[in-house]
Design a binder for this molecule. Structure first.
Ligand code: SF4
Ligand code: MG
Length: 326
């Protein structure tokens, strides 16, 4: 069966008077039913843009300039806006960092959930209310039959994020995209939201794309992880493999700095230098100016992801051609 999400050689460009910047340059990955894929990287690596591309929310002057996005085998990157809006509401759920982007402060949370349920089902008001209460209970809101009539401001940040997750689940989507869903929350609440997201895959068979800069969150939540750098996937593989045996020099740097959920150190990277700006991506491997293992070929030739056991890595160190030449 087709993966729930298949992103194939995705390219995203932003055009301004000063020229065209490529924010995403050849990103590919799949997410299977019930699987949580973490997408990790520094800010500006292209994680959020990738998520926005999948849900069809890249606004002009940005655009998808190449590649394909398939949802359960059907292309969605070229759908008319109205059709894409339906896909977004029904087949793809979204959870953002700030729950208030998804909740209207003027309406009771229950009414927002009930309205969403009714949009996607033929349930009566009463049935939809019952379903909303069940969903609130499922995401861990106690006394849901009372809380359902509360307004967003009457909920704590963590509780609001639970409401957003309930809202995302209303249409029983195939795919949920969660962009930094725990970043704004207290550490103690983060762990609860993470175990909730993890359960989605298990209990609902939902595929989850979890975008975060926090390797600790990835380690706790994900089945697989894609490490992004400068608009490309540097390495992708099962989360345990990538954490214990990172192959790409950039991933090695990241894994040296995994914070624990309870820990203080939230810095992701302990690699000298910083990620290049989109307007100044180096030729060859975009990581070469920061890479202590860089050699001649890295400055001219762009590495493509190649399979290496259960991982795939875009680095010339793992290319047969390099091995033969050495
Ligand atoms: Fe370093 Fe070269 Fe590998 Fe890029 S391709 S990560 S510069 S060794
Ligand atoms: Mg972001």
């Amino acid at each position: 069966t087709a993966p729930v999400l298949s992103v194939r050689n995705l390219q995203v460009e932003f055009t301004s008077r000063r020229g065209t910047l490529r924010a995403i340059d050849g990103v590919s990955f799949d997410i299977a039913k019930g699987e949580v894929l973490g997408v990790v990287g520094e800010s500006g690596a292209g994680k959020s843009v990738t998520g926005l591309a999948v849900i069809g929310l890249i606004d002009p002057p940005g655009r998808i300039s190449g590649g394909e996005i398939l949802l359960s085998g059907l292309r969605i990157d070229n759908l008319p806006p109205e059709e894409m809006r339906q896909v977004r509401g029904k087949r793809i759920g979204m959870i953002f960092q700030d729950p208030l982007t998804s909740l209207n402060p003027l309406y009771r949370v229950g009414d927002q959930i009930i309205e969403t349920i009714k949009t996607h089902t033929n349930l009566t008001d009463q049935q939809a209310r019952k379903r909303a209460i069940d969903l609130l209970a499922e995401v861990g809101i106690s006394a849901p039959e009372k809380r359902i009539d509360g307004y967003p401001h009457e909920f704590s940040g963590g509780m609001r994020q639970r409401v957003v997750i309930a809202l995302a689940l209303c249409a029983e989507p195939e795919l949920i995209i969660a962009d930094e869903p725990t970043t704004a929350l207290d550490v103690s609440v983060q762990a609860q939201i993470i175990s909730l997201i993890k359960r989605l895959g298990r209990d609902h068979g939902t595929a989850v794309m979890l975008v975060t800069h926090d390797m600790g969150v990835i380690a706790e939540t994900c089945d697989r992880v894609a490490v992004m750098y400068a608009g490309r996937v540097a390495e992708i593989g099962p989360v345990q493999e990538v954490i214990q045996n990172p192959l790409h020099p950039y991933a090695k740097g990241l894994m040296g700095a995994i914070p624990t959920l309870a820990g203080e150190d939230k810095r992701l990277v302990q690699i000298p230098g910083s990620m290049p700006r989109l307007s100044a991506i180096p030729a060859g491997c975009s990581f070469n100016p920061r890479c202590s293992a860089a050699f001649e070929r890295c400055r001219v030739d762009r590495p493509e992801p190649l399979r290496h056991g259960t991982q795939a890595v875009a680095c010339h160190l793992y290319d047969r051609a390099t091995e033969t030449a050495a």
